[in-house]
Write a protein that binds this ligand. Sequence first.
Ligand SMILES: [Zn+2]
Length: 202
Amino acid sequence: MYKADLIERAARFRSAEDDPDRQLASCPALVLNADYTPLSYYPLSLWPWQTAIKAIFLERVDVVATYEREVHSPSLDMKIPSVIALRQYVKPSEFPAFTRFNVFLRDRFICQYCGSPEQLTFDHVVPRRLGGKTTWENILTACAPCNMKKGGRTPAQAHMQPLIEPIRPTSWQLIQHGKRFPPNYLHETWRDWLYWDIELEA
Ligand SMILES: [Zn+2]
């Protein structure tokens, strides 16, 4: 990865400067496993602030970092947690969820027939009318024109060979792809727990 990409990616981390006035709805906590790696990447493990605070009181999590934003109640003032870690280790699932976003991510957000990043949709490799299922192994990212062109045919019938064989990716594989497509909202206190390789590569 190029340095410019890394800088641009790092710039997407929201600064803590705006924290004191931050809306509570914009204060999710990044949830780490007991080994301090994110509980999940896709989707990123985030809890709403109320859930995070409840878990703190139930002593299920430790606070790793906080927003500057505070909540006040008659009995307590506390900063909203921005990073929390589970006390009990949860075995991460080896395979990611079958979601639209994760299919796009597996296919790197490009049409698997022509390579275009525009007008993306999904193609049943074996069409539904021929018994094709909606599964990791039969769904590919395709642009609308390719999808239209292929119609209800198999790749062989349409003479359209896909760039990749659709497979069910492992969580590790998606994480590798995901480094190129970071989520839109990242708080600066999350930086140490995500993309740990930024500093090493820069
Ligand atoms: Zn295409």
